[in-house]
Design a protein around this ligand. Structure first.
Ligand code: NAD
Length: 290
């Protein structure tokens, strides 16, 4: 039987509607408009598209957005100064630095400069540490979006074996930490696999929920998937002008119980959760009278 399609566009629309309600409520009750400042260094075409999409998504839900475009030769110190100014600006509730940055800039310095309470991407070590210690504040958007898909489709995770392929700091590792939390749509038994994992297929076949976050088309083939499991495909790869994920969708969707497509699965959730984190940042700043 063909797998149920987990429709990220549909779930993202639900998230956006919730964000819009909260944006309206903040404006009406407190006269505050949530604001997101995006910083783009250089002219990487993919980054330009990503930032444009994020800003458009902000506008649609009533979040104010600013774009700071810096030339690729910008010295690190100048970028850090822009972040300092945004940290001090009360109308800016969230700060987003589009990655990757040019090679001469140390990404860690930049992320660590963002005020943790404005770090809506959830990459600052303080927010990472809070997630790891079971008190999440801002969770990176892609893992949060994956959890939201599971919640929307009422796919239980408690006691389930979640196998994540990919250990990046942006996706694989924080997703593992998120699903290890106590609580609903968490409480999972998590295994994280990576490029040095031996017998990958033997491990992925034991997954109740299998997440592929590698960036390699067709890495996950039918023989690596337990029939009846849930498959979440995070990968974004361009093959012959088409976007494909990391999972061999045609064959895996024949045996999985449910699967996210690419495009239209995890991708739309990432932007939706950025909006969510931004409105949360604004709500917290209002609550604290900052
Ligand atoms: P990354 O390159 O930082 O990490 C890739 C991970 O895959 C590494 O941990 C590596 O150990 C592992 N890996 C590499 N080869 C492997 C192999 N043969 N077997 C097992 N593991 C292997 O990438 P990332 O930033 O985590 O992104 C992963 C993919 O997800 C990319 O395609 C990226 O474009 C996509 N992505 C999608 C979204 C979205 O919104 N849908 C968001 C972020 C990233």
């Amino acid at each position: 039987m063909a797998a149920k399609i987990l429709d990220g566009k549909e779930v993202a629309a639900v998230v956006r509607a919730d964000v819009k309600r909260r944006v309206d409520a903040l404006r009406e009750s407190r006269g505050v408009q949530p604001g997101l400042a995006a910083i783009l260094v250089g002219e990487d075409p993919a980054s330009i598209v990503y930032v444009r999409n994020k800003r458009r998504a902000c506008e649609k839900v009533g979040i104010r957005s600013w774009l700071f475009e810096l030339p690729s030769a910008t010295p690190e110190e100048n970028l850090l100064n822009v972040i300092d100014e945004l940290n001090a600006e009360p109308e800016v509730h969230g700060i987003l630095v589009q990655l990757p940055l040019p090679d001469h800039i140390d990404t860690r310095h930049v992320i660590e400069r963002i005020a943790p309470k404005k770090d809506v991407d959830g990459f600052h070590p303080e927010n990472y540490g809070l997630l790891a210690s079971g008190r999440p504040r801002f969770v990176p958007c892609t893992p949060l979006g994956i959890q939201r898909i599971l919640e929307h489709y009422e796919i239980p995770t408690s006691g389930k074996h979640v196998v994540i392929v990919g250990r990046s700091n942006l996706v694989g590792k924080p997703l593992g930490l998120l699903l290890l939390q106590r609580g609903k749509y968490a409480d999972a038994t998590v295994t994280i696999c990576h490029s040095r994992t031996a017998n990958l297929g033997a491990i992925t076949r034991t997954a109740d929920i299998l997440v592929a976050a590698v960036g390699r088309p067709k890495l996950v083939t039918r023989d690596m998937v337990q029939p009846g499991s849930v498959v979440i495909d995070v990968g974004i790869n361009r093959v012959d002008g088409q976007l494909v994920g990391d999972v061999d969708f045609p064959s895996v969707s024949e045996i999985a119980a449910a699967i996210t497509p690419v495009p239209g699965g995890v991708g739309p959730m990432t932007v939706a959760m950025l909006l969510h984190n931004t409105v949360v940042a604004a709500e917290r700043s209002v609550a604290k009278g900052e």
